[in-house]
Design a protein around this ligand. Structure first.
Ligand SMILES: *[C@@H]1O[C@H](CO)[C@@H](O)[C@H](O)[C@H]1NC(C)=O
Ligand SMILES: *[C@@H]1O[C@H](CO)[C@@H](O)[C@H](O)[C@H]1NC(C)=O
Length: 512
């Protein structure tokens, strides 16, 4: 009796086990089936709003009518997204299609520098001022202005979209000169920007919206971010010749020819002073001729002024090119940055100025710049704007600032001189290094190519961008000799190899 009951229980357990197993297996299939259905539904739900939402009609009326629909789609998308993310297997990322972005060619250098453990390492990649001890530097006038701000107990209320009024006033005056007729006649539309980059980006968005057929012209080479900015703003661009590798100087004829060949009404991006990356600027006479061609072609000058006062030590000398074009009656754009000249890198403080032919045009342009800024970042940060307004607006601090700028510019000039002397004395090949002295500002273009620049990093632990640019602001007098040794070694020992590489590479470039 006991034995058969035991058998019965045992069989019962087996049956229940089998039934449960089958159910489990089926429910897996059912769940998987649900999974697939949900995924399919999700892709339909997600693709529909994107497909309809992306190509926004240009006509503002149509845009307004369309807005309701887009808003609905976004709600639907939000719900679908939530439901799907629960149903889809945890191990499948919705971001699987996102590829790895390449490191930034300039900021990536700093990352590589940080990873290097050698005592010899030197970071000449990023353009940031360092003291002779290679430490970051906060200007005395900045500390004084901040102390003043603290004493006044200023609040943290939002700024208007166009930024701090006191900042906008002094920044335009500093650039054009307070007594410039364009200021007196109220023909400049100035709005505070997120330093130079943000100001350029805003202007690029403005160009895209109001000059959709126009092209931008940028120098070859230029600061790498210029291309990114125009690309992201969907402004087509092409390059004009600028650098002549044979002389490590300006290819003036090429520059003029390319500006002449561009479609009429192009936006010509010009570096107001201390061209980045080459450190090579046109002479006053060449600026006049550049202005002639731009006028002849009905182009619009677009200046990037990142180093006013920092390049030469004089605010007026560094504003020469911009003021020349203004004097000649151009309508033009100027982006400004206070990262270098006031050392306010992380405060993201700068401005975009548009000089217009009438105060009325200025008012309208300003209203549209504000309209572009609002959905991008709403309104700009206040801290850096107050620092600039306090320093430039106060005669004592202003004078002190000018002295500090001369000091910074002077240190860079000294380092430049010392580097040149070391290069000339140590290099026995008789190569002419005088181009180092002709360049201005914080950068020097060494003429080293990619292979040679990589050798600087790999063998000498000297970090620089691969276009051969070095930041002299990150160099001390005591490191000049070491740097000169590295440059001479990289230049001569890799010269043949580099030639070979360029010969091997060139034919394939032609094919592409
Ligand atoms: C997730 O996927 C990876 C491969 O894509 C695999 O190696 C891993 O074992 C999976 N993890 C789980 C929990 O399934
Ligand atoms: C080269 O630089 C070193 C410091 O790095 C300096 O002591 C020396 O005087 C320099 N030589 C010349 C010729 O300038």
């Amino acid at each position: 009796m006991v034995g058969s009951r035991r058998l019965l229980i045992k069989n019962g357990v087996v049956v229940v086990y089998v039934v449960l197993s089958v159910l489990r297996w089926r429910s897996h299939r059912i769940l998987r089936c649900f999974d697939r259905m949900a995924s399919a539904l999700a892709s339909v739900a997600l693709s529909a709003p994107f497909a309809r939402g992306v190509p926004l009609p240009e006509n503002p009326m149509v845009q307004r009518i369309g807005a309701g629909k887009i808003h609905d789609n976004r709600l639907f998308k939000g719900k679908a997204f939530r439901r799907v993310s629960m149903a889809v297997s945890v191990n499948v990322s919705r971001f699987d299609g996102v590829t790895m972005a390449p490191p930034d060619p300039i900021l990536g250098v700093s990352e590589a520098f940080r990873a290097d453990t050698s005592d010899l390492k030197l970071n000449l990649g990023v353009g940031a001022y360092r003291t002779e001890e290679l430490q970051p530097y906060v200007l005395n006038v900045v500390e004084k202005a901040e102390k003043l701000m603290l004493e006044r107990g200023e609040n943290k209320e939002y700024l208007p979209i166009e930024g701090l009024a006191a900042f906008n006033k002094v920044t335009a005056e500093l650039l054009f000169g307070a007594d410039n007729p364009v200021i007196q006649e109220g023909r400049v539309a100035t709005i505070q920007g997120l330093s130079g980059t943000g100001s350029l980006r805003l202007a690029a968005a403005f160009i895209q919206r109001y000059f959709s057929d126009a092209k931008a012209l940028i120098s070859s080479p230029t600061w790498g971010n210029h291309k990114n900015i125009f690309n992201d703003a969907r402004v087509p661009w092409s390059e004009y010749r600028y650098y002549d590798p044979r002389t490590v100087g300006l290819d003036f004829d090429g520059m003029v020819a390319d500006i002449k060949a561009a479609p009429d009404g192009s936006f010509v991006l010009l570096h107001g002073c201390a061209h980045n990356p080459t450190g090579i600027d046109p002479t006053p006479d060449q600026w006049e001729k550049i202005a002639d061609v731009i006028q002849e072609k009905n182009h619009i000058p677009f200046f990037d002024v990142a180093y006013q006062g920092f390049a030469s030590g004089s605010l007026d000398a560094d504003a020469y090119s911009v003021r020349l074009f203004v004097r000649r009656g151009f309508e033009l754009l100027v982006a400004q940055s206070y990262s270098k000249n006031l050392g306010l890198y992380a405060e993201r403080i700068g401005a975009i100025n548009v000089v217009c032919s009438s105060p009325d045009a200025g008012t309208r342009v300003k209203s549209q710049l504000k309209r572009l800024a609002r959905p991008m970042y709403s309104n700009p940060p206040v801290h850096g704007a107050r620092i600039v307004a306090n320093v430039v607006g106060d005669p004592n601090l202003f004078n002190e600032w000018k002295q500090e700028m001369e000091l910074m510019a002077g240190r860079i000039k000294n380092v430049r001189q010392r580097l040149y002397e070391n290069l000339s004395q140590k290099d026995e090949s008789g190569k002419d290094w005088s181009f180092v002295l002709k360049q201005i500002g914080m950068f020097s273009y060494t003429g080293l190519n990619k292979v040679q620049s990589e050798h600087m990093m790999d063998k000498w632990h000297i970090y620089m961008t691969k276009d051969g640019r070095i930041s002299l602001a990150g160099l001390s007098l005591s490191k000049c000799e070491y740097l000169a040794d590295a440059i001479i070694d990289s230049f001569h020992n890799l010269f043949t190899a580099a030639l070979l590489v360029s010969k091997l590479v060139r034919p394939s470039k032609v094919n592409v």
